[in-house]
Design a protein around this ligand. Structure first.
Ligand code: ADP
Ligand code: ZN
Length: 290
């Protein structure tokens, strides 16, 4: 039995399951402050005899094992969670190996193992929701350097008719600042799910996402691109994104049919929690097998 946590800005999903991705039990806990949320997480897992825990967390987080702040959520603006020692708190309650990575890296892992990129040694998972983030698997491993990638904050060329200043507190008009859910809401005055019939909204969304995907394709050459998150529930974004991407790339690289290449998560909303189970399994293997 393995434990998994998908820690999001609005809710925590906790699950127990196995290394085949089977989920046996799960709960959802609202993300309020650590003093309130974490005891509920612990209480849930205490019901089971778990051998390892995997965490896919909102971030930024410290994923470098040698770092003094390993296992911390670092510079989040979310009240109470800045510099929160996530792994340490779990370790105090459970003396089992703990795998810790970003929510999007977990989702990339879940999709590569059991979802839309099953059997591939390379894929890119991007979420377009409250923020924009991405996790990449390159040559069978999660891409990591000094830290985890932060692909949602790349700079994009502004649409000549777009006067919205951008919502990223760090960079204003980076990709997240122009194209995440809150930017859509601020630019058009209504939440995305109320803007279904406004073609210009999704055309512009495709314009920005296509630029980002072009960079990611040119740099990482992923074998599959998976787009999840609330905003991507608007299937029409895929259409405009594909059209712009074709135009921007101008046949410079040869790609599979875009409708097969750029897809929704095969695991649906379970990509992250399934990936967190995989992180738990990896942590278990590292501790007891290698
Ligand atoms: P989170 O990023 O917090 O994990 P989501 O992926 O659900 O959560 O993203 C939430 C964002 O996505 C919000 O800004 C919301 O307005 C937007 N969103 C959710 N559902 C839809 C939808 N059906 N169409 C367009 N935007 C949506
Ligand atoms: Zn930014």
């Amino acid at each position: 039995m393995l434990g998994a946590i998908e820690a999001g800005g609005t809710k925590f999903v906790c699950a127990v399951g196995d290394e085949k991705g089977t989920i046996i039990d799960r709960i959802q806990i609202p993300t309020t402050v650590p003093e309130e949320t974490i005891p509920k997480v612990i209480e849930f897992f205490k019901q089971y005899s778990i051998k390892a825990i995997g965490v896919g967390s909102f971030g930024p987080i410290d994923v470098i094992k040698e770092s003094p702040a390993y296992g911390f959520i670092t510079s989040t603006p979310k009240p109470g969670w800045r510099d929160f020692p996530f792994v340490n708190k779990l370790q105090e309650a459970f003396s089992v190996p703990i795998g810790f990575n970003t929510d999007v890296n977990a989702a990339a892992l879940g999709e590569a193992k059991f979802g839309a990129a099953k059997g591939l040694d390379s894929c890119l998972y991007i979420t377009v929701g409250t923020g924009i983030g991405a996790g990449a698997i390159v040559q069978g491993k999660l891409l990591q350097g000094l830290s985890h990638p932060e692909m949602g904050h790349i700079l994009v060329r502004r649409h000549p008719n777009d006067e919205y200043q951008g919502k990223c507190p760090y960079h204003h008009d980076c990709l997240e600042g122009l194209a995440a859910g809150p930017a859509i809401e601020a630019r058009w005055g209504t939440k995305g799910d109320q803007l279904v019939d406004r073609l210009e909204v999704w055309d512009l969304e495709g314009y920005y996402l296509a630029q980002a995907l072009m960079q990611f394709i040119l740099i990482l050459s992923p074998k599959k691109i998976i787009l999840g998150g609330g905003v991507m529930k608007q299937q029409q974004v895929f259409t405009s994104l594909n059209r712009y991407l074709k135009e921007f790339l101008n046949e410079y690289v040869s790609l599979p049919e875009l409708t097969d290449y750029i897809v929704s998560p095969g695991l649906g909303d379970n990509a992250g929690i399934t990936g967190a189970l995989m992180l738990a399994y990896q942590a278990f293997q590292e501790e007891f097998i290698h």
